[in-house]
Structures are given as structure tokens and as C-alpha cells.
Ligand binder design. Structure first.
Ligand SMILES: Nc1ncnc2c1ncn2[C@@H]1O[C@H](COP(=O)(O)OP(=O)(O)OP(=O)(O)O)[C@@H](O)[C@H]1O
Length: 876
């Protein structure tokens, strides 16, 4: 070639060389690269005395080497293209084979049996078709788990599981999700890995499985090193030398020594490389049958239970591309499902009733559990009466049954447990469960409860995940939950065996303030609480429909989730309190005048700089409690000035509603934003007051005459009709719960017994702390004044604080007796109360005797009572 015919390398003149190379059409980039390289070489040539022609030869040599490398890469690309084409064709062949198999039905031996309408499209109905494993599944279910029939979508999930599919299964709490992986795990070769959030939950599952003779183990933070080493070596062995082990169990449930289920917490996957590399070995040896992710909604930040360690499970598909995944959850609204699929890198979902060969098979079971009978019953205003009511209910309706009583605080749980034990004369054996109960005691209680030695567990919400007892016949709520989600979950612990169970919420409007304090500052929390209050206040709408509407609005959960094979989603359940209550017992009353009066009084108090709680306002407007409230002051040691209300001047007259109805109306006004809550925190507590809300003016801008003549917006409230005093028998029936509900206990017009209750001072506004785990920790401040009654209400509550100095008994009450059981009774009874223990504790602090001590020093005295105009002297 001409350009190389002249030996330019002999020249030192770089510019001349570049000019010539360009002239011969060499590309600029090459020239520049060469030029820079030549610059160095030239420099080096100068420095090292290397002749420049040698440098040029080196450059040529490098170019040659690069060309060879490029040729090699081209060859590799060609080979990879060929390899890709082979893989694609292999995949297509396998996919076709799978589709053909789907077309025929997954079991050639059962071909043609129960094929569904979509079968011609290659879609499988996992829920109804018969498969080659169907017989064995059922036989093993009976032999190992003692279960005769599948329920909900269990069979479908088991079939898809046996068919090696990725699955998402959403089934209500207690539906029986565990069986959907435990049963196939017995039939499939290898070990099923289960990722579960709580050690307590895992321990419980292992206990069950071992009882059933299934080889299940766990590797968590609480597993000893020795045990871990043993499990490790058994699993590695199965991956390496265990080839001749089929893992198939005989029908008697004997699965030999092969580990069939391995439970871990998500941290294990996220943090232990040794563990994941062992799993990889198992997977490549075909010994990792499946990965199950329990409570899978924790993966999503959009759900309410997000856990960072769950997010890291996104690595599973990458590490184990061939191992099928089963994601289980009880609550998985559409947005969470989408996020879950994305995070776990699963393919888009296909319906379990018409599943194509590709995709994640999705199953969901109706959320409606028809064996649960819901009812909201009035809660007496004194702590003692509330306990008596619950004891009567248990003795009458569930004397020998197991149950749970959910309480708002640890203290409540203890008081209720001891109270029921005592009032039942030891016939109802109770236990206590909350965050402060030690692990050993919790385990002991759990065991005794399962054995039936303890019948009723009085617990905070700490008693939740992992509680697996099928025959819980009743769940009572001593106080309502903070949200309907929570209430659905907690009440769902009842009737997991599918048999009838009662879910009863004891409600009184004053409880709203206790709960409000707990969610103070959380906008979403307040909204959820208001939804809970709407549920509790409702006297007409079916409970099932209330749940359905709530979940479809709050979580965009399809309303169809509440349909069953027999009933439409929007059909009333027919067996909750509101369905069973005869419509003629309810009166939808126009309470606009009463609402106007309440708002006028609230405005007057606000104008005076006063603060009132919901309960106080309820009493004030009815002219009870002397019609006085505190203004200003309120600091420790200083008294508030008490101001009298001229109800006639402010509101025309006192409100003529019964106490309970007035309080129900107050809650209604809060929910409709005619009133609003305001929160004031002291060093120890959060106090909740009510004042006019954004909608108040819509009523108060009208005169009383206008409102009375029907002008302005109207407010109606369903109120129980009271046909006169109830006979004791009627009264008992009303208290007996949903199985016996004829009508509710009256909210107003108290019977003799109710009248007494109404006189008791409510303990709803005790001050509360909020612990990290969301349990309320109350301060034991005085609740009821059984001797006092409406007219001597102690309005000084608004400046109450925890004061161990004043009440002096808190420490005593909480003191451990040193027997290690924590119940303070010294008998080592591990949290199971005995009647004797309680009676010994009689002299200790109780809400009642605290009150007695407190009222020894009244905050105010009333005088000059005259037609609701009560002029009060300041305290002291
Ligand atoms: N088909 C069935 N028939 C009768 N009982 C069953 C059936 N399937 C499961 N059970 C029982 O129902 C109870 C609840 O099952 P499981 O613990 O699997 O529920 P879950 O859906 O995991 O609930 P949670 O979400 O609360 O953990 C268990 O006692 C179990 O033995």
C-alpha cells in the first residue's frame, strides 16, 4: 500500500506524519490516537533512546492483538447467539409440552375428569379438577392432620403447589393457610423452606407438626449452635448424599428423618450468607422443594405491616430461579398485591380457577366467615359492672368454652382477668397475656390454654399473630380496637375450627376518648378510629356489610371478597345483632334540637376558655354534675375556677336525652365534625377534650326557634325504643349475647340496675401512656363513684395527673412478689389467677378504692342549685 511505502517512521516530524496519514485517508480518530501514542513514544524515544520505528512497530503489534481479540469476541457472540437460539427452542418445546399437558389436563391418568370450560384454552381450574395426586393428598391430610375435607381455596392451592407453580394465596385469618404448604411438603421430595415473621408463630407451628409426626425444624436467633449445626449437616447431607431418599412418606405419616419443613425468620435470608449458600446447594440438588413466605404483605411498604427484612426477600428469585414460591397473606389489597408481585419478581397473576401455564397462580377466599356472630353490646360505665356483665355472659353462654378478652391496656387485662376469676367464684379460669409478661410465662399460659386449664385469656393486642387454637368459641372486646382492621383481625381469632363462635364488642361512647388519646397526632389513626366508632354506634346496618364497605373503601378490596358460594356479597348476614334486632325496636329520632343545644353549650364553654371532655359535656348539657366546668388554672397545685352554666340562657333548656343517648349523639357529632377533639398533653398523659368543630356553625347559626320549626340541616340518630322497664328475664336475654339477642340493652331510660350503673362514675377518661408496642398503659386514676351518681360528678378530672404520691398504691399494686410468676400473688401460679389470690389482693389498689381516697378531698362543692343554674364556689 502506498501509505506504507515510504518509511515515515524515520522522520521525527510528527506533524508531517499526521498530515500525510490524513492525506491518505486514515480516520482522524485513529490519527489522533496514534498521534498521542506517538507523542509518548516519541518522547520515550527521546528519553530512552528507543528508535521511533520500533515504537511504530509496537503500535502495529497492539492493533493486531486487538483485531484478534475482536475476532474472538465476534466468534463468542456467534456462539452465544447459537446457544440462545437452542435455549429458546428448548424453552418453546417445554412450554408447548406444558401447554399440551394443560390442554389434556395435568394428570394424564385423570384426563377428562372435571375439566372446566376454559380447558380448551389450556387453562386449569386448580380448585375443582382432579389430579394424579388428589387421592394421596386427601389420604395424607386425614392420616397426618386428621382433617377430612379441604375448606375455602385450600385444595386449589395444594394442587397448584403440587404442580410446581408460583402462588399467591390470600385467605382470612384462621382460614387454614398452613395446610396449603404443609400437606404438599409431605408429598414432594426435598425440604420446604418457610419464612415467617415471628419466632412465637414458628414455635407454635413446629409444635403442631411434631405432634403430627412431621419432621419440622427451625433456624432462628433462638436456635442453639449445636442444634443449628445438626440441622445444617442434615440438610447439606440431603443435598449431597441424600439422592436415594425420595422424601415420600408412607400413608401413616412417617416421613423418616428427612427434614420436610424448615422454618426461618426473614432476617436469616437477609443476613446469613452461609445459610443462603447452603440453600443454593440444596436447590441445585433438587432438594429445595418450595419457598413459602408467610404474612407476605409485609414485603410491601404500601401495606400496614411493612418489614424491611421482608423487602430483602426480593433476592430469592435471583438466588433460586427454579424453586417455586408461595406467598401467603390474610390481607392483601390490590395495591399491596401489585407491589408484592413486583418485589418478589413473580410473573403477573393468573386466576387459580382458570390458570394458564405461565404466571403466578392467584387464590383468594371470601373474607366473610359465616360462623362468626358479631354483636356490639352496651358496656356498663363502671369497671366493676363491666366485669360482672362479661362474667355473666361467659357463665351463661360459654361456661366451658375457651375464649379471649381483648383489653386496651396491660392494666385492664390484669384487672379483668382477676375480676372475672373473682366474680365467677373461680368457675372461669383466666390468664393474662401482654407485652410485659415474660416469654416463659407466655409459653406456659399458651400451653395451659391449649390444654383447657385456663379458659379465658385476657390480653392486649400483643396476643395475636401465632395464636393457633381452633376451638375459641368467643372473643370479647372489653374496649374497642383502634381500627376496624384491628377489630376484624382480633375477633377473627374466634372459630378457626369453622364452628360457631361469638364476637362481642362491649362499647360505651366514653371509650372514644381513651382511644383518641392513643392515636393522638396520627391523622390516619384518627380516621381509622372514627370508622371503628361508626361501626360501634351502628344499630341497623349488617356487620358483614359494614366490614365489606369499610375494606372496599380503605383498601380497595373488591366487595366480591365478601361473597360466598351461597350468598351474594351485598346480602345481609342474617345473624349479627343488627340483623337479628327487630326493626320496630329502633327509632330514627330527629335530634337536631339536642345537637343544637350541645353545640351552643360547647361554644359557650370554649368562649369562656373552658375545657370539657366528651363525658363531661354529656353531663353538663343534661344538667347533671351541677352544670359547672373549670376555667383557667389547672396547673398542679392550683385550682381551676369553676364556672356555672346557665343552660336556659345558652341552650333554652337542658338536653332531654338519657345519658347513653346523649353520649351517643356526642360521638355522632364528633364523627360528623360538628364537634372536634383537642388534645392536651401533660407530663404523664394526653387529655382529650371536645369543642365546636368545622360544621358547628351549620347548626348554631340558626335560632332555637328556627331549629325547632324544622329549619336548617337535620340530624337523626337511631335510638333504641324503650317500652318501659325490662323484666329481669328480658334484661338477662339482652345481656346474653348474639345467640340470645332479642334487642340491645337500652341506651337510655335505665332500668333499676342500669340506673345504678349510670350513677357510677365512668372510668373512661383515665390518663394513658402509650407504650412502644401500642398498648395503652393507664395510670390507675379513679374511675367510678358508685356512691356519687350523676349529680356529684367530679369534674376535676380535667386536671388529673398520675400521682403516685397522692394515691400512693400504684407501686404496691405493680410490685412483684418475687415468685417469678409476676402476678403478685406469691403463689407461683404463672399468671393464672385464683379467686383466693384476688381476694387477698382486695386491699390493694383498685380503681374503686382509689376513687374513694380521691373523693375524700373534693375539688368543689355545689350550692344554690336552681333550675340548672348552678353557681359554684371555686375549689377549696
Ligand atoms: N380444612 C380444614 N378443616 C378443619 N380445620 C382446619 C382445616 N384447615 C385448617 N384447619 C385448622 O384451622 C386452624 C387455623 O389454621 P391456620 O393456622 O393454618 O390458619 P391461618 O390461615 O394460617 O391463620 P392466621 O392468618 O391467623 O395465621 C388450625 O387449627 C387448623 O388445624
Amino acid at each position: 500500500m502506498q501509505r506504507f511505502s515510504t518509511d515515515y517512521a524515520g522522520s521525527d516530524d510528527l506533524d508531517e506524519i499526521l498530515a500525510l496519514t490524513n492525506e491518505y485517508g486514515t480516520c482522524n480518530s485513529f490519527s489522533l490516537a496514534a498521534s498521542s501514542s506517538n507523542t509518548v513514544v516519541a518522547g520515550r524515544a527521546n528519553e530512552d533512546q528507543t528508535p521511533s520505528y520500533v515504537a511504530l512497530q509496537e503500535t502495529r503489534g497492539r492493533i493486531g492483538a486487538l483485531e484478534a481479540e475482536i475476532a474472538g469476541v465476534d466468534a463468542d457472540i456467534e456462539n452465544l447467539r447459537k446457544l440462545r437460539a437452542t435455549l429458546v427452542s428448548e424453552k418453546q418445546e417445554l412450554t408447548k409440552r406444558l401447554e399440551d399437558r394443560h390442554q389434556r389436563g395435568p394428570s394424564s391418568s385423570k384426563q377428562g375428569i372435571n375439566r372446566n370450560a376454559d380447558a380448551s384454552n389450556g387453562a386449569i381450574d386448580y380448585e375443582t379438577e382432579e389430579f394424579e395426586w388428589s387421592g394421596e393428598l386427601k389420604a395424607r391430610m386425614k392420616a397426618v392432620f386428621g382433617i377430612d375435607n379441604f375448606r375455602l381455596c385450600q385444595e386449589g392451592v395444594c394442587n397448584a403447589n403440587m404442580d410446581g407453580r408460583d402462588i399467591v394465596c390470600v385467605m382470612p385469618t384462621g382460614g387454614g393457610k398452613s395446610l396449603t404448604y404443609q400437606l404438599p411438603a409431605l408429598l414432594n421430595p426435598g425440604c420446604t423452606l418457610v419464612i415467617s415473621p415471628l419466632i412465637a408463630l414458628i414455635t407454635d407451628q413446629i409444635l403442631h407438626l411434631r405432634e403430627a409426626g412431621v419432621e419440622a425444624v427451625m433456624m432462628t436467633g433462638s436456635t442453639s449452635k449445636e442444634e443449628s449445626r445438626d440441622i445444617f449437616s442434615r440438610l447439606t447431607q440431603s443435598a449431597g448424599v441424600g439422592k436415594n431418599r425420595t422424601g415420600r412418606a408412607s400413608l401413616d405419616g412417617d416421613v423418616g428423618k428427612e427434614i420436610k419443613l424448615l422454618y426461618v425468620t426473614p432476617e436469616k435470608i437477609a443476613k446469613s450468607k452461609t445459610f443462603t449458600s447452603m440453600l443454593e446447594k440444596m436447590a441445585s440438588a433438587g432438594k429445595l422443594a418450595r419457598i413459602v413466605i408467610d404474612e407476605a404483605h409485609c414485603v410491601s411498604q404500601l401495606g400496614h405491616d411493612f418489614r424491611p427484612d421482608y423487602k430483602k426477600l426480593s433476592i430469592l428469585r435471583q438466588l433460586f430461579p427454579r424453586v417455586p414460591i408461595l406467598a401467603l397473606s390474610a390481607t392483601c389489597p390490590p395495591k399491596v398485591l401489585k407491589d408484592l408481585i413486583f418485589t418478589l419478581r413473580l410473573k403477573p397473576v393468573v386466576d387459580g380457577k382458570a390458570a394458564k401455564s405461565d404466571g403466578t397462580v392467584y387464590f383468594s377466599a371470601p373474607l366473610y366467615r359465616k360462623n362468626l356472630h358479631y354483636a356490639v353490646l352496651p358496656k356498663p360505665s363502671s369497671a366493676t359492672a363491666a366485669i360482672q356483665t362479661m362474667t355473666d355472659y361467659i357463665l351463661k353462654t360459654h361456661r366451658n368454652d375457651s375464649g379471649i378478652i381483648y383489653c386496651l391496656s396491660k392494666k385492664d387485662a390484669e384487672t379483668v382477668a382477676a375480676g372475672i376469676m373473682e366474680t365467677s367464684g373461680g368457675r372461669v379460669r383466666t390468664g393474662v397475656y401482654h407485652a410485659d409478661v415474660g416469654d416463659k410465662e407466655k409459653e406456659g399460659l399458651h400451653k395451659r390454654w391449649r390444654r383447657g386449664d385456663v379458659k379465658v385469656v385476657c390480653a392486649t393486642i400483643a396476643f395475636g399473630l401465632g395464636i393457633d387454637k381452633g376451638d375459641v368459641r368467643f372473643v370479647l372486646h372489653h374496649s374497642m380496637s383502634k381500627s376496624l382492621d384491628g377489630y376484624y383481625q382480633e375477633s377473627g381469632r374466634a372459630g378457626r375450627d369453622g364452628k360457631d363462635a361469638d364476637c362481642i364488642l362491649y362499647y360505651r361512647p366514653q371509650d372514644a376518648s381513651r382511644l383518641s388519646a392513643l392515636v393522638c397526632g396520627e391523622v390516619e389513626g384518627q380516621d381509622k378510629l372514627h370508622d371503628m366508632l361508626r361501626f360501634a354506634q351502628e344499630l341497623e346496618d349488617c356487620r358483614k356489610l359494614q366490614f365489606a364497605k369499610y375494606f372496599s373503601a380503605s383498601s380497595s378490596l373488591s366487595i366480591s371478597a365478601w361473597a360466598t358460594n351461597e350468598t351474594d356479597a351485598l346480602a345481609r348476614c342474617g345473624h349479627c345483632d343488627n340483623c337479628k334486632r327487630p326493626p320496630e325496636t329502633i327509632e330514627r329520632k330527629d335530634v337536631t334540637v339536642e345537637a343544637w343545644q350541645i353545640l351552643r353549650v360547647a361554644a359557650a364553654i370554649e368562649g369562656d376558655g373552658g375545657r370539657v371532655t366528651l363525658s363531661m359535656l354529656g353531663d353538663l348539657v343534661r344538667g347533671a354534675g351541677g352544670g359547672a366546668y373549670g376555667v383557667g388554672g389547672g396547673k398542679r397545685g392550683k385550682s381551676k375556677e369553676k364556672v356555672g352554666l346557665d343552660l336556659t340562657a345558652i341552650a333554652g333548656s337542658k338536653v332531654s336525652l338519657a345519658k347513653d343517648d346523649a353520649e351517643a349523639l356526642l360521638v355522632h357529632l364528633v364523627l360528623s365534625q360538628h364537634l372536634k377533639e383537642s388534645f392536651h398533653s401533660t407530663a404523664y398523659s394526653i387529655n382529650v377534650y371536645v369543642q365546636p368543630g368545622p360544621n358547628a356553625l351549620r347548626l348554631t347559626r340558626w335560632s332555637r326557634e328556627d331549629i325547632m320549626s324544622g329549619k336548617g340541616p337535620r340530624i337523626t340518630l337511631p335510638i333504641m325504643k324503650r317500652a318501659g322497664k325490662k323484666t329481669p328475664k328480658q334484661h338477662k336475654n339482652a345481656e346474653a349475647g348474639p345467640s340470645n339477642i332479642q334487642s340491645h340493652l337500652p341506651r337510655g331510660k335505665p332500668s333499676a340496675k342500669r340506673r345504678r350503673s349510670a350513677k357510677e362514675r365512668d372510668d373512661a377518661e383515665d390518663d394513658y401512656f402509650i407504650s412502644d408496642d401500642g398498648e395503652a398503659i393507664e395510670d390507675n386514676l379513679p374511675p367510678s363513684d358508685e356512691e356519687g351518681g350523676d349529680d356529684v360528678e367530679d369534674f376535676s378530672r380535667q386536671i388529673r395527673r398520675i400521682d403516685k404520691g397522692v394515691f400512693g398504691t400504684l407501686g404496691d399494686e405493680d410490685e412483684d412478689d418475687g415468685d417469678g410468676d409476676g402476678d403478685g400473688d406469691g403463689d407461683g401460679d404463672e399468671w393464672a389467677f385464683t379467686a383466693t389470690a384476688k381476694s387477698q389482693a382486695k386491699d390493694k389498689f383498685t380503681p374503686k378504692n382509689a376513687k374513694r381516697r380521691r373523693i375524700e378531698k373534693p375539688m368543689m362543692s355545689s350550692s344554690g342549685v336552681d333550675n340548672n343554674v348552678i353557681v359554684l364556689s371555686s375549689s377549696e
